[in-house]
Write a protein that binds this ligand. Structure first.
Ligand SMILES: *Cc1c(COP(=O)(O)O)cnc(C)c1O
Length: 341
């Protein structure tokens, strides 16, 4: 297998069409065997459930080359499990965990030439997703679904160095209490696009969403969870039923407790207490953790002093430990690394 000749450091975060993708169809109450195909296009009826009522869920995970040349995925079983709960939340048929992992192995092996080399900072991003493929005009769950998984190489997130993000508190909400915020569904992203674009137009990196009921508690951004560090190096994680449970955040909590001996507390966090924290980070697959330097709430600036020039000391330690495990330089907890080839 000869690796593609790409400028790995400079490919950015955009779609590159790779050789093969996995497709399985759900019809008459069961999933078919599934297969790899070269066809990157999806052809569905004009009245398909996804097009009319947005019945769609997805996942995102990364595959890397480790220091010993293995190709591995980070905790893909967690993505498979989360996708099952997202499916249940939108009345879709769950795609079994073992089949999800088998599809991952197939997609990665068939596109091995696209896995970036160790040390490039680039990774192979995997996008599993599922949508209602049969027609529905009266509002109800569709009868047929398609599960797909494709991959695309993505460049290093912190290209040109770590720059602390500047966020704003906007005037829109992402998810309702007792709604769909905890599900990884495209519809939540549709809800966040206007707020995010508005934030960008006003010169901010991201929008910080608050709880929709009272607008006093911190939730997350459109695609990443918050982690705060107190002046005494205690980690505080916002707790709310409408936050999407990030696998990266969950892994960082475990790293903090078991490897760095830090205290971690999960509790509701108010916007008004943010100025008490020394560090703030955004957690997600894309960056692992990126430092937030400042949050602007309608003209009032909240500064995280330890993140002034990049990652504060605790965020840096968390980042180094977790990425060390992912790259194969540090031993990860049992079951975190799936060896694919
Ligand atoms: C996917 C996602 C995250 C990050 O989750 P990871 O599993 O860490 O990638 C955070 N928030 C939202 C809304 C998401 O969709």
């Amino acid at each position: 297998m000869k690796r593609k000749d790409l400028d790995w450091e400079n490919i950015g975060f955009s779609y590159h069409k790779t050789e093969k993708r996995y497709v399985a169809n759900y019809r008459e109450g069961k999933w078919d065997e599934g297969l790899l195909t070269e066809d990157a296009n999806v052809v569905i009826n004009e009245c398909a459930g996804i097009l009319q009522y947005c019945q769609e869920i997805f996942e995102g995970l990364k595959v890397y080359t480790t220091c010993d040349g293995s190709i591995v995925a980070f905790r893909p079983d967690q993505n498979a499990k989360r996708m099952i709960s997202s499916a249940q939340g939108l009345e879709m048929p769950p795609f079994p965990e073992e089949r999800f992992l088998d599809a991952l192995d197939q997609v990665v092996r068939a596109n091995a030439a696209w896995v970036p080399p160790y040390g490039s900072g680039a990774t192979l991003y995997i996008r599993p997703y599922m949508f209602a493929s049969s027609s529905v005009i009266g509002v109800k769950p569709a009868e047929e679904y398609q599960f797909r998984m494709f991959c695309t190489p993505v460049g290093p997130y912190f290209k040109g160095g770590v720059r602390p993000l500047v966020l704003c508190v906007g005037d829109y909400d992402r998810a309702a209490p007792h709604g769909t915020g905890h599900l990884k569904a495209g519809l939540n992203y549709a809800m966040s696009i206007h707020a995010g674009a508005q934030a960008h137009r006003n010169g901010y990196d991201e929008n910080m969403f608050l709880d929709a009921a009272t607008r006093t508690y911190v939730e997350e951004t459109g695609g990443a969870n918050f982690l705060f560090v107190t002046k005494d190096q205690e980690i505080v994680i916002p707790k709310s039923a409408s936050i999407l449970p990030s696998i990266t955040r969950q892994s960082l909590i475990q790293v903090a407790r078991d490897y760095l001996d830090l205290k971690v507390t999960e509790r509701p966090v108010t916007l008004s207490e943010l100025s008490d924290f020394a560090e703030c980070g955004l957690c997600g697959t894309a960056a692992v953790i990126s430092p937030v330097g400042k949050v602007v709430d309608h003209g009032k600036e909240i500064i995280f002093s330890e993140n002034k020039n990049g990652m504060g000391p605790v965020i840096q330690k968390l980042y180094d430990t977790l990425t060390g495990m992912q790259q194969g330089n540090l031993k990860a907890p049992e079951g975190w690394i799936r060896h694919i080839m």
